[in-house]
Design a protein around this ligand. Structure first.
Ligand SMILES: Cc1cc2nc3c(=O)[nH]c(=O)nc-3n(C[C@H](O)[C@H](O)[C@H](O)COP(=O)(O)OP(=O)(O)OC[C@H]3O[C@@H](n4cnc5c(N)ncnc54)[C@H](O)[C@@H]3O)c2cc1C
Length: 385
């Protein structure tokens, strides 16, 4: 028997949607509130590696994800330097017959998750948030007031409301995100037929990546250090991206040349946060980016949110008390999320090296041991699972 009957999920991002599905599949009644009026996502594309795809399979949506996205055949990741000289090709693991890596539009991922949520009868309230919660550590279920004027009693409140989490601010007010120093520039382009691998171009102080996200489209992302609190007018983003990365050669050059007024470009100043354990207080728990937002350089933030959902649902419907389940949840997830965060930061720093000889050493090391690093990272995730 589930030890919770009714859960409230705050935030319908990847963590919220996947947890709603995982809990509903176990027979838990779920209400989910999302502050946006419509499902709208400020993002071009997303990589999902095999560990995230395994969860999507368990949530019953993998075929739809594969249909909407682009699975890189053989899991190939090709490295070039900024002039376009080939460095090395590495291969991501594809365990259990899963694809190694899929690129997908974030809106498509959410379309698929939303349709599974509807099938399972989850109550979703768009344009709604929590206005008041009873004391998280109090006796009995949480009493929660919502901005649509309704009230409810919930056995558990799950804060899946992202890096700026309101739920986290309520239960752990001292934990704040910090600026990573990196800015990410992302654009979307038509995919030439032959471009079917993930590509990374290692420049001087800058890195540029390309990833197919459907049969028709790919997205390109440029990463570099940006000053804290830098603000750029959104209408200028396409030209600013072109200015910053315009000296990169093939295979990125053709896409950089396309950037101009009206191009689909997003700029994000990247923050990170990792809450120390525990991730709950009484009947309130935080998950996904609310608990552990990483820099995006391992492309693992979404997969970590997905993995949270199945681990939490399993623990909540297993033996022991709610307190024990929530303690076990953070104890199990914290080491993996911390590893992702640490490795991702190192990857970011390697991509931001500015001295020519440091860059040459980095590229030589990639050539020598790039595959070893990939294998070691995924083996470490397996050990921590
Ligand atoms: C530039 C960049 C590139 C990335 N690329 C990748 C990638 O390729 N692969 C990958 O796996 N990950 C990637 N990530 C990380 C990934 O986007 C996040 O880890 C993931 O979105 C976390 O999901 P989440 O549901 O925890 O949070 P979010 O996606 O932030 O969702 C939170 C949701 O809660 C809602 N919300 C917020 N406050 C409230 C409130 N008070 N009440 C109700 N609702 C609320 C928000 O509107 C939102 O819908 C990237 C991140 C960045 C910044």
């Amino acid at each position: 028997m589930p030890r919770i009957d009714h859960a409230l999920i705050v935030g319908a991002g990847i963590a919220g949607c996947s947890t709603a599905i995982a809990l509903a599949q176990q027979g838990v009644r779920v209400t989910m509130v999302e502050k946006q009026q419509v499902w709208k996502f400020q993002s071009s594309g997303l990589f999902i590696y095999s560990n995230g795809l395994r969860v999507l399979r368990d949530l019953g949506v993998l075929p739809q994800i594969l249909e909407a996205g682009f699975a890189v055949r053989g899991g190939r990741n090709q490295y070039f330097d900024e002039s376009g000289t080939f460095i090395v090709e590495t291969v991501y693991p594809s365990p259990e017959g899963l694809p190694a890596i899929v690129g997908i539009k974030r809106a498509e991922l959410h379309r698929v998750l939303a349709s599974r949520i509807a099938e399972l009868g989850v109550t979703v309230k768009l344009g709604a948030t929590v206005t008041r919660m009873s004391d998280a550590g109090g006796e009995g279920p949480m009493r929660v007031n919502l901005s649509d004027g309704t009230q409810g009693e919930f056995d558990l409140v799950i804060g899946a409301d992202g890096i700026r989490s309101q739920v986290r601010a309520e239960v752990f007010p001292h934990i704040e995100p910090v600026y990573s120093g990196f800015g990410v520039w992302r654009s979307v382009h038509d995919r030439p037929r032959g471009l079917d691998a993930k590509i990374m171009m290692m420049g001087v102080g800058k890195r540029l990546g390309i990833m197919p996200i459907s049969d028709e489209k790919l997205y390109m992302f440029g990463v570099m250090l940006e000053p804290k609190d830098a603000w750029y007018e959104p209408a200028d983003w396409p030209l600013l991206m072109r200015e910053r990365f315009g000296h990169f050669g093939a295979p990125a050059a053709q896409f950089l040349e396309q950037l101009g007024p009206g191009s689909e470009v997003l700029y994000t100043a990247v923050e990170e946060i990792i809450a120390p354990v525990p991730w709950h207080r009484g009947r309130v728990v935080i998950i996904g980016d609310a608990a552990h937002a990483s820099t995006p350089f391992m492309g693992q933030g979404g997969a970590m949110a997905l993995e949270d959902s199945v681990v939490l649902a399993k623990l909540l419907t297993g033996p022991g008390s709610l307190e024990e389940a929530l303690q076990a949840f953070a104890a199990r997830r914290h080491p993996m999320c911390k590893l992702v965060q640490d490795v991702s930061r190192q990857v970011g720093q390697a991509g931001a090296l500015e001295a020519a000889d440091d860059c040459a050493r980095r590229d030589a090391e990639l050539r020598r041991d790039g595959q070893g690093k990939v294998d070691a990272f995924f083996a470490a995730l397996d050990r921590l699972r």
